[in-house]
Design a protein around this ligand. Structure first.
Ligand SMILES: [Zn+2]
Length: 302
């Protein structure tokens, strides 16, 4: 045992002291590092938590985005549906406007112009054409009074007569528009001369057509007023080949069951109907259904 202090003792004590200090120091350093690690670890935890939160946020945003996309797609679909409905509606409106337009035009057209007049169906005695003009004297048979024709159809009459002239066919009008009174008078005269036979020669249906202002009795200077032989003339042949181009038809052809054959009696029915009747040998104006005839009203003066 050493009880006595010696320099060696101090040395040891010094070393020991230094050792202790050194150990303490080292101990302190370890403590520092631990807290740094803890700190770092905490930071990592907190970062992980932040990342986790961000991930959740991103997931949430992705879901929201997905929902938005769906909503948008729905909206686009709705919009397209609406657009289609609008287009359909627009089409319907256009159709309706077209029908209204046609209806208005039809309303303005005189339906009588394409009516059939039979022994039981007459034109009203008060009927007067909407527009009546004097026919140029060049087209009238010499010695005859002034003659009148529907103003809106006059140009077709003139074109037909001019075309005939170019083909050396001398057409003349012997009778055109006749008012109800004129016709009654005429029928009275025929009755006096021919007795009851006048009903076949000048029956009410033929009269009705003249009252329209769109019908003419045609002859040639050679034939004059003796109507019956007109059917054997070149002029009649020319009319049969060409009159339809100008909208005229023979109302009462040979062997028709509606009225006595009248080769001189021509009625303006519009070019479309005249053309269609010319193409079809089996049908005539009076054998057509009235509803079918009325489809041509819109193009009557075209
Ligand atoms: Zn006639």
């Amino acid at each position: 045992m050493i009880h006595k202090s010696s320099p060696l003792t101090y040395l040891f004590a010094g070393i020991a002291g230094a050792g202790l200090i050194s150990t303490g120091f080292l101990g302190m350093r370890t403590l520092d590092q631990t807290s740094v690690i803890e700190n770092q670890s905490n930071r990592v935890d907190s970062l992980l938590a932040t990342i986790s939160t961000n991930e959740e946020t991103i997931l949430g945003l992705e879901t929201d985005l997905g929902n938005l996309k769906n909503d948008l797609e729905d909206l686009v679909e709705d919009y397209q549906d609406e657009l289609e409905r609008n287009e359909e509606f627009e089409d319907q409106l256009m159709d309706l406007a077209g029908e209204l337009d046609e209806f208005e035009r039809l309303n303005e057209i005189d339906e009588e112009l394409l009516s059939k007049y039979s022994k039981v169906s007459f034109l009203n005695e008060n009927y007067v054409p909407s527009d009546i003009d004097k026919i140029d004297d060049d087209y009238i048979l010499e010695g005859k009074d002034d003659q009148y024709f529907h103003g809106d159809a006059m140009r077709f009459l003139e074109r037909m007569f001019d075309a005939a002239e170019r083909d050396d066919i001398d057409l003349k009008i012997i009778s055109a528009y006749r008012s109800f009174d004129e016709q009654n008078e005429l029928k009275g005269q025929f009755t006096e001369v021919f007795g009851t036979g006048a009903n076949a020669f000048s029956a009410d249906q033929g009269f009705s057509e003249h009252q329209l202002g769109t019908t003419i009795d045609i002859t040639t200077p050679a034939v004059g007023g003796t109507f019956e032989s007109f059917g054997q003339t070149k002029a009649f042949e020319w009319l049969q080949d060409n009159a339809h181009k100008y909208g005229f038809i023979l109302s009462y052809p040979e062997d028709n069951t509606f009225y006595v054959y009248e080769p001189w009696h021509w009625r303006f029915v519009g070019r479309d109907l005249a053309r269609d009747l010319d193409r079809d040998d089996d049908r005539t104006f009076y054998t057509l259904d009235q509803r079918e005839i009325n489809k041509y009203l819109l193009e009557f003066f075209d």
